[in-house]
Design a binder for this molecule. Structure first.
Ligand SMILES: [Zn+2]
Length: 461
């Protein structure tokens, strides 16, 4: 070949390769999708990144002397109602996987009912709720009243992010800890008629301080504006429960699902194996038991001793995932809720595909805001894990530490959902497998969007 031929071939190849390069799909990773946070760096003069519908999210890399006041437009309250309905109905679809309520297993029915009975939420003002005090969007599941608080700060956020977060909070009702509890429906009339003197209450309840406290709280205010259900550990003791039912104070609306019968065990085990997600170890359990024994030996009243003994038994048996405030803590509650949220976000994005990079990143913006903060940009591996020294010192675990790190949440959980991958037009990574064993896969069509409302058994609240 002469030089001219070489030149022609070179030009031809360049012409062929250039367009390929331009359309190369990014990997489904936070780093590639956000171009290592360059998305935010390029907009450093904008404090708020706006979407077409008037929603917006904050830019963690905003460089300005003073942060301007946020854009005035707020989404109407009805919009949150609509997104809450979407999250709830689509989570039910994910649990039922296209089957009728009757054909679900007993344990799946329990999951279904726990979500179906969660019909209302309170819009929280920052002045009323500690959880709503921070700047960023927030929401929380309230097990004692089986309801949810959605902070007003959510009213500005992109719809995809709201749907994902609401699904996450709903899923807490069936996370590995709450799934193990019976969901109880309160009999308001009977609770109001409870004897004023606790001495007249049945023995089983009087000698269990936690149950006694809960019951006394419920006697004082049995009716709740948002739900007539409760989902708390203090009433799960089988003897206490038997008594509560016998007296007609409560009825079991959804029975407990023990850890070894978790219908989503495959997903649970997959998440547990992700490096960087913390699960309680056998050593933690041993330490915890010793810590309790020491406390009991140091002289305690018989009543407190009862509570501690039962707590130890509970933890030793099957409560390993539910000890956020102890030395041994687990991130599995949050990881499982993230997995369900990914399924629901996938359904949302399948119906409302993002039209541009901003809309794509809005869907994963909550974790991005954490990952792309100036402090974390330099850090090699962002992890929320508590330092061993702190654990050894018996320091309490912080709320932020029971959540897997933002990068793990995005890369190993959220971005592993095939529908999300499809909507974000990114290439799956080899280890992104955990959400494949959960709920449904495949396309969603428009008619499915409302099918949950006609689906399975209705329960009145
Ligand atoms: Zn959570």
């Amino acid at each position: 070949m002469n030089v001219a031929t070489h030149l022609w071939m070179f030009l031809l190849l360049t012409a062929l390769l250039l367009p390929l390069r331009g359309t190369a799909q990014p990997l489904c990773s936070t780093a590639e999708l956000s171009r290592n946070c360059d998305f935010f760096k390029e907009k450093k003069s904008e404090a708020y990144i706006s979407l077409e519908d008037g929603s917006y999210f904050t830019n963690p890399l905003f460089e300005g002397t003073s942060k301007p006041t946020p854009p005035a437009k707020r989404l109407p309250r009805e919009r949150i109602d609509e997104l809450f309905r979407f999250a709830r109905e689509n989570l039910l679809e994910e649990i039922a996987k296209g089957r009728s309520y009757q054909s679900l297993t007993a344990d799946e029915k329990s999951q279904f009912r726990k979500i179906e009975t969660l019909t209302k939420f309170k819009l929280g003002k920052s002045s009323e709720h500690d959880s709503c005090k921070s700047d960023g969007p927030n929401a929380s599941y309230v097990p004692s009243d089986h309801t949810m608080i959605i902070c007003e700060s959510f009213l500005n956020e992109p719809s995809s992010l709201i749907v994902q977060t609401l699904a996450h909070e709903l899923a807490h009702a069936i996370d590995p800890c709450h799934q193990r509890l019976p969901l109880l429906k309160k009999n308001i009339a009977k609770l109001l008629a409870l004897p004023k003197s606790e001495d007249e209450w049945p023995d089983e309840i009087r000698k269990n301080p936690d149950s006694r406290r809960t019951l006394s709280r419920l006697r004082a205010q049995p009716a709740h504006e948002y739900s007539n259900f409760t989902n708390v550990t203090s009433l799960e003791n089988p003897k206490v429960l038997e008594e509560l039912e016998k007296q007609g104070w409560f009825e079991v609306a959804a029975p407990p699902v023990p850890a070894n019968r978790n219908p989503n065990l495959a997903t649970y085990n997959c998440l547990k194996a992700i490096p960087g997600i913390r699960e309680v170890s056998n050593q933690d359990i041993a330490d915890l038991a010793r810590q309790y024994t020491d406390t009991v030996d140091n002289g305690m009243k018989p009543v407190d001793r009862y509570a501690i003994d039962s707590a130890v038994r509970k933890n030793m048996r099957d409560y390993q995932q539910c000890m956020p405030s102890f030395k041994g803590f687990s991130q599995m509650q949050e990881a499982m809720s993230n997995a369900w949220a990914a399924k629901v976000l996938g359904r949302w994005l399948a119906l409302h595909p993002p039209k541009n990079e901003t809309e794509k990143l809005a869907a994963i913006s909550l974790e991005l805001r954490e990952i792309c903060t100036p402090e974390k940009l330099g850090a090699k591996a962002a992890t929320n894990l508590v330092k061993p020294a702190r654990i050894a010192a018996g320091e309490a675990v912080r709320n932020s530490e029971i959540h897997p790190a933002g990068r793990i949440t995005n890369d190993s959980i959220t971005l592993s959902d095939p529908r999300i991958q499809n909507a974000l037009q990114c290439k799956p990574m080899p280890n992104q497998t955990c959400t494949r064993s959960l709920g449904t896969l495949g396309p969603i069509n428009k008619t499915e969007e409302t099918s949950a409302s006609s689906a399975p058994k209705k329960i009145t609240n």
